[in-house]
Design a protein around this ligand. Structure first.
Ligand code: MRU
Length: 344
């Protein structure tokens, strides 16, 4: 069955699949302007680091098309507001800023407004196409790390829904399965917003890959029982030394994997690497609303007026990571050198 497609650019129209409604409703909505794109990123209607980058790139195109001046300087100053609004939507995913920086560079190379609008649209489409290509390349490379008979644990959702392509962590799993490897998957539900239960489970079911859904707190027991052979997750931002931010709970899984001698892999495109920061200490972790923790799908499960913490991501120190799977190769320790060589 075909992958779920998180966003599509159809002749100047941006259509997204509202992921907040999955798996109950497969609802596609049109985002008419850049403010709607920023809101959709904030609300997680479109989510996952690479898909956020794609949505933002198309958001810049929408914003540019609505600017009504032929003066290049005036246009660029209006465009900056568009870029700033999109950049403020979520802080952690590197791909968002990477895509916006690409769009900004392209805008600066244009000579007149009509031409800038045209090259912006071409650049967004190119970023989208490149995402698909890098997903496929890293999935093929990563699949070599998976053996027939393996059970692979994955956390959150790093599939087609999160990238707009084939997926990263889930891409590796899908590719291994497509190569005929007899594998099983364990998907964690991923509290508080259940991206594992709602989205990864949908994608695995559609792909026909055998899997078991568990709650986050069951992972240790499954590892201790010898039921997991490898962990593969995506990433939101990778520092120059390999420290990696990903969905909250990833760090716990990495420590557990180390305790049980299980390889822990990160699968991510080079656009997720932030060479400007030397370690994970510098990664800004998004803090989201308390209601995401006190309520599940609108039903409150905790008393009113209590203190709640809701960091959306955590940082896994590089020492817990066995390898980082990118479209340009599999990087192993020492990560600082490997990432530098791979990203140049
Ligand atoms: O808050 P989300 O759903 O955007 O978080 C997504 C994740 O943490 C993914 O694992 C990460 O973005 C990698 S997606 C290929």
């Amino acid at each position: 069955m075909a992958d779920l497609v998180p966003l599509e650019w159809r002749n100047g129209r941006l259509i997204i699949l509202d992921q907040t409604l999955l798996p109950l409703h497969e609802t596609y909505i049109e985002l008419h302007d850049y403010q709607e794109v920023a809101s959709a990123i904030k609300s997680l209607a479109v989510r996952g680091a690479p898909a956020i980058g794609l949505a933002a790139a198309y958001g810049v195109v929408k914003g540019a098309q609505a600017i009504k001046t032929n003066d290049v300087r005036e246009f660029n100053s209006e465009l900056q507001k568009v870029i700033d609004t999109l950049a403020a939507s979520r802080p952690t995913a590197r791909n968002l800023f990477w895509a916006l920086e690409r769009m900004q560079r392209v805008a600066q190379s244009g000579i007149n407004v009509d031409q800038i609008k045209k090259v912006l649209e071409q650049e967004a489409i190119r970023i989208h196409q490149e995402q698909l290509e890098s997903d496929l390349a890293l999935s093929r490379l990563g699949a070599a790390l998976i053996n027939t008979g393996d059970t692979i644990l994955t956390h959150c959702n790093a599939g087609a829904l999160a990238t707009g392509g084939y997926g990263t962590a889930l891409g590796v799993i899908k590719q291994a399965y497509a190569e005929g490897k007899n594998i099983q998957v364990i998907a964690t539900e991923t509290r508080p917003l259940l991206q594992g239960a709602r989205l990864t489970a949908c994608e695995l079911k559609k792909a026909g890959i055998p899997f078991t859904l568990i709650t986050d707190s069951m992972a240790g027991t499954f590892m201790r029982q010898g039921k997991i052979n490898a962990v593969v997750t995506g990433a939101d931002r990778i520092a120059a030394n390999g420290d990696t931010a990903n969905k909250i709970g990833t760090y716990t899984l990495a420590v557990l994997a180390r305790a049980h001698n299980i390889p822990f892999y990160i699968a991510a495109p080079i656009s997720t690497v932030d060479s400007s920061i030397s370690s994970g200490e510098e990664i800004v972790i998004e803090e989201r609303k308390a209601e995401e923790v006190t309520c599940i799908q609108g039903v409150c499960t905790a008393p009113d007026g209590i203190h709640v913490a809701n960091p959306a991501f955590d940082v896994t120190p590089n020492r817990y990571i066995s390898a980082i799977i990118t479209e340009r190769g599999i990087i192993r320790r020492p990560f600082t050198r490997g990432l530098k060589e791979t990203c140049r």
